[in-house]
Write a protein that binds this ligand. Structure first.
Ligand code: NAD
Ligand code: UDP
Ligand code: UDP
Length: 317
């Protein structure tokens, strides 16, 4: 039986949030999108505005929010290192105060609540690939701490609200995800390299490019988040969601140059402090619990993303 739910998506005007809103609306649910437009924007959700089941509220989750919904996807938080380091105190507040407010809301209205946590909770990992039972290797006072420790504290709050107040929670640890609607100025690696390649500007590889990441296409990730939220059993996670195909950053740069037909050269730049050297999810838990695994090949996802940025740059060169 299909029942219509009222779903709150915080950070719904961002990259992942906007795809999530779209997916929920497509299945007939009502969506309340809450965002303060810190890194996201109305452009990502303009096409949803005409839908009578979609509602948009400008609001900062570090302040209390009183609404009535059945489910909450807590996605609000800048995710790109340049953005989350721009105002690090606000980043920590968004994860910590934002989570307290959303958990207080979930407690009052008895809603199920999912946290968009991150592979950054593993820091520069000592275990490879990363399994959910690994506790991580995070510098608590470095430039990435506002994001990493903010999310770790958010996870703590989610599990304590479950233990103390019996909340139904889902903690998803999302690994690097890419796709259409990343902002042109987002600064994360895939969007940066594609924008640089399309403009025939130098491709800025940090360090020697031997560090690795594993890239998941947005449609796969949203399908995983939804399956996790919807699972019958009250399973809190944490659950890794990401694509286990690992690539070096140099390989990504070369692949994007080839796929765009760009004349860009690769330029090596200093490696940012505390940049993790390897990252790859073990997705055994997601496979066994929710039958999820990514289906989109990197080559195909990159082609879609490149096509999106070609259009975006035509409108805003
Ligand atoms: P994004 O920057 O595109 O989206 C974040 C959204 O949250 C933006 O629309 C922003 O305006 C909004 N926001 C930020 N602070 C807010 C606040 N205080 N109140 C209300 N809204 C606020 O980033 P994204 O890639 O879509 O990431 C979404 C979520 O997923 C984040 O929580 C991020 O930590 C998590 N995540 C993403 C990835 C990834 O690879 N995309 C990986 C791990 C975790
Ligand atoms: N809160 C909210 N919306 C609600 C209920 C609570 O934003 O519908 C916020 C409120 O700011 C509160 C926080 O969530 O401080 C935590 O709520 P909780 O009930 O856990 O704690 P308390 O109210 O005792 O601080
Ligand atoms: N990176 C890079 N050039 C860029 C942007 C990022 O070489 O223009 C590297 C970055 O140093 C890191 C990897 O790409 O090793 C992924 O960076 P991103 O900011 O996308 O996400 P992270 O996984 O570090 O949060």
């Amino acid at each position: 039986m299909h029942c219509r739910k009222r779903v709150l998506v915080t950070g719904g005007a961002g990259f992942l949030g906007s795809h999530l809103c779209e997916s929920l609306l497509a299945e007939g649910h009502e969506v309340l999108c809450v965002d303060n437009y810190y890194t996201g924007g109305k452009g990502n959700i303009l096409h949803l505005m005409d839908n009578p089941r979609f509602e948009l509220l400008r609001h900062d989750v570090t302040f209390p929010l009183y609404v009535e919904v059945d489910e909450i996807y807590s996605m609000a938080c800048p995710a790109s290192p340049i953005h989350y380091q721009h105002d690090p105190v606000q980043t920590t507040k968004t994860s910590v105060h934002g989570s307290i407010n959303m958990l207080g809301l979930a407690k009052r209205i008895k809603a199920k609540i999912l946290l968009a946590s991150t592979s950054e909770v593993y820091g520069d990992p000592g275990v490879h690939p990363q399994t959910e039972d690994y506790w991580g290797n995070v510098n608590p006072i470095g430039p990435r701490a506002c994001y990493d420790e903010g999310k770790r504290c958010a996870e703590t709050l989610f599990f304590d609200y479950r233990r103390q107040h019996g909340l139904r929670i889902r903690v998803a640890r999302i690994f690097n995800t890419y796709g259409p609607r990343m902002a042109v100025n987002d600064g994360r690696v895939v969007s940066n390299f594609i924008v640089q390649a399309l403009r025939n500007e130098p491709i800025t590889v940090y360090g020697d490019g031997s560090q690795t990441r594993s890239f998941c296409y947005v449609d796969d990730l949203v399908r995983g988040l939804r399956a996790f939220m919807d699972m019958e059993e009250d399973f809190p996670g944490p659950m890794n969601l990401g694509n286990p195909v690992e690539s070096s950053i140099l390989e990504i740069a070369e692949r994007i140059v080839r796929l765009t037909g760009s004349t860009s050269r690769i330029e090596l730049r200093p490696l940012p402090e505390n940049d993790p050297t390897r990252r790859c999810p073990d997705i055994g838990l997601a496979k066994s619990r929710i039958g999820w695994e990514p289906g989109v090949l990197l080559e195909d996802g990159l082609k879609e993303t490149i096509a999106y940025f070609r259009r975006a740059l035509e409108c805003r060169p």
